[in-house]
Design a protein around this ligand. Structure first.
Ligand SMILES: *Cc1c(COP(=O)(O)O)cnc(C)c1O
Length: 350
């Protein structure tokens, strides 16, 4: 398929810039399975330090980093507590059961977010009748929750509760960059904010191939012994890679040059949401915290109809279940394209 002119399907479609390609070309490389790839080592060290942890591991995808984390934290028969909207439950091919033999206990949160009080009632008693509750996982921002940003105090309460009973807490931080920037009034936070946020969790998965624009990769962050085990699981899953310096170089470049512009995606999402507010066929718009806009179309229009109308205008987007449609803003959608999309959307008639 030829790329549509205004592509709001996903922030995964971002392509490396020429500066990023140059950084990839210049990155030093070696065999990463032997831990001899200088750029991968630098990326891992930088990610661990940024989030206040000891160690990190570069992997081919965010699904893999999440699945490895789950695999290291749980044993077969255990239970993972997460929100019904979470990526680990909805979009990882049933990997929790398939890779780790564990089941899930779902919380009905607020756009993917919940509180410690919601978690307590889902933790099983330590009695052999019950599955052992061995992990709590949160997603900040929550994709299916419309890029929703968590309240810091809620996360700290969950951390305190989990630590009190030795229950590990995992963060699916595929869009943690968006979360940290949004919570900091759309500016890149200082180092101590990253670190204190990172220390809230026992393990963290962060993604470089979405809003940050790198072609491939996620990094799993945690303590020394956790990452040692993660190495083993990555190998077993076939995720050990060799000369990946170029890929890691893209991620390093993204940290320096893409993070500072990510707030633009948030402003663009706000512009789209404001336009949608005045469109006849739009019924409601979910709160827009970051770079994702989820809205419902009125009953006389189906989401598929709306999406195919938009497609004809050169705006690509996805239906998102029921009457819902999702727009995602990202680095490859320019200010001009957003303006054009708003003009086109105002003409929507059904
Ligand atoms: C995209 C995403 C992932 C990982 O996706 P991959 O395509 O496997 O890299 C994980 N969690 C969330 C919330 C995501 O949006």
């Amino acid at each position: 398929m030829i790329q549509p002119s205004i592509d709001l399907r996903s922030d995964t479609i971002t392509r490396p810039t020429s500066d990023m390609l140059k950084a990839m070309y210049e990155a030093k490389t070696g065999d990463d399975v032997f831990a001899e790839d200088p750029a991968a080592v630098e990326l891992q060290e930088r990610c661990a330090a940024l989030f206040g942890h000891e160690s990190a591991l570069y992997c081919p995808s965010g699904t893999m980093t999440n699945q490895i984390a789950i695999n290291v934290h749980v044993r077969p028969g255990d239970e993972v507590v997460c929100d019904r909207k979470s990526h680990i439950y909805n979009y990882e091919g049933g990997g929790i059961a398939r890779n780790s033999g564990a089941s899930v206990r779902l919380i009905e949160g607020d756009n993917g977010r919940f509180r410690w009080s919601d978690v307590i009632s889902e933790i099983n008693p330590s009695d052999s009748h019950y599955a052992r509750t061995s992990l709590v996982s949160v997603e900040d921002t929550c994709n299916r929750g419309g890029g929703s940003v968590w309240d810091l105090q809620d996360l700290r309460d969950i951390q305190t509760g989990c630590r009190g009973i030795n229950l590990p807490l995992h963060l699916d931080g595929a869009r943690v960059w968006n979360a940290l920037i949004a919570r900091n009034n759309n500016a890149v936070p200082t180092e101590d904010i990253w670190r204190s946020y990172g220390k809230t969790f026992d393990s963290i998965s962060v993604c470089f191939s979405k809003g940050l624009g790198a072609p491939v990769g996620s990094v799993l962050i945690g303590g020394q012994s956790f990452i040692e085990e993660a190495h083993r699981t990555r190998k077993v899953l076939g995720g050990g890679m060799r000369q990946i310096g170029g890929l890691a170089g893209a991620c390093l470049h993204a940290l320096d040059h893409e993070l500072p512009r990510m707030n633009q995606d948030h402003f663009h999402a706000q512009e789209l949401a404001k336009t949608l507010e005045n469109i006849e066929c739009v019924d409601s718009i979910e709160p827009v915290d970051t770079n994702i806009v989820i809205f419902s179309v009125k009953a006389h229009v189906s989401a598929d109809q709306f999406v195919s109308w938009a497609d004809k205008q050169g705006i690509a987007c996805f239906p998102f279940g029921g009457q819902k449609v999702r727009f995602v803003t990202h680095r490859d959608v320019t200010e001009d394209q957003i303006k054009r999309a708003c003009t086109l959307l105002k003409q929507a008639q059904f």
